[in-house]
Design a protein. Structure first.
Length: 303
């Protein structure tokens, strides 16, 4: 028996030696470089080769039939090529800016789209909102907006309900201080949706060209009609014309129904992107001017 500390050759001769891994057959080198004749046993080896030897062509070669590249794909940013709809510069682009406009422009056409020849009213001018716009046209006669604060995307939206203190702070940051008044809805002189939407169109009409204004006025008219149609979602009592007697506090809550349902039903002809942008712009204008405490924003499903 061998002395202590020595092992028999049969036990210790190959102890500690690693088995040499056999390289696969040439036919197993299925990862071939698209830019040279090199082949590899694994994708990581091929990737390293492309990265070091073909760096200038890496982007085009990295897939190699695997279906996707390495790393996280870039997110698609909403409104990446369009102006921010809540920016003061939203209406300042070359295809939009102009004015003043005829504030009645586009409304007769919008009425025909919604009601057709057998309308709810004898004539388009008998519609309460169009009557309101006639009064605005007679009273303003091309005056400038009442203040210098320019307001300013299936769409999916969410409504953030701010506390009263937070709402006041946000409005002050946007350059408009709002005085608190203890008035009930019935005591408001001009706080109905029809009045508020009329003011919005009056302001927009001072800074955009007529052709674009006509599209905006149709949009506002359609939004008004959608609010009346879906008013049961925001009002417990059944009313014939919600916009005629109620304020605009809950208007943003019906944005989804308006853009994704109503505009599709009536075949408005307004592009989805334009509808989203104008909805965001109008609701932001309502928020800035104290007509609602709800702030509208887009839910980005790509994240």
């Amino acid at each position: 028996w061998p002395s202590q500390g020595h092992m028999p050759p049969s036990q210790g001769a190959n102890q500690g030696k690693m088995k040499k891994r056999r390289r696969g057959k040439e036919g197993e080198r299925v990862f071939k470089c698209n830019h040279c004749e090199k082949t590899y046993l694994s994708y990581p080896a091929l990737y390293t080769h492309i990265k070091t030897k073909h760096a200038d062509k890496q982007g085009a070669a990295i897939n190699n039939g695997r279906g996707r590249g390495r790393g996280r794909p870039k997110k698609i940013q909403p409104h990446s090529n369009r102006p921010d709809p809540i920016s003061p510069l939203f209406f300042s682009s070359e295809e939009k800016k102009g004015g003043p406009c005829d504030v009645l422009g586009g409304l007769d056409d919008a009425y025909q789209v919604v009601y057709g020849s057998a309308g709810k009213y004898p004539k388009a001018k008998d519609h309460p909102f169009i009557q309101k716009m006639h009064l605005i046209k007679e009273s303003t006669d091309g005056n400038v907006p009442r203040d210098g604060n320019e307001a300013n995307q299936g769409i999916e939206t969410k409504v953030e309900v701010k506390s009263e203190e937070e709402t006041e702070n946000n409005r002050e940051k946007d350059g408009k201080s709002v005085e608190k008044e203890d008035k009930s809805e019935s005591e408001e002189d001009d706080g109905t949706i029809d009045e508020v939407f009329g003011k919005y169109l009056e302001e927009i009409g001072q800074k955009v060209r007529q052709e674009y204004y006509n599209m905006v006025s149709k949009f506002v008219f359609y939004f008004r009609e959608a609010i009346n149609k879906f008013s049961e979602k925001i009002c417990e009592e059944e009313v014939d014309d919600y916009c005629l007697i109620n304020n605009a506090e809950k208007v943003p809550e019906l944005s989804n129904e308006f853009v994704t349902v109503y505009l599709e039903e009536i075949q408005s002809g307004i592009e989805r992107n334009d509808a989203v942008d104008l909805t965001l712009n109008l609701c932001h204008w309502l928020f800035l001017n104290g007509y609602t405490c709800s702030k509208l924003s887009i839910i980005d499903k790509s994240s």
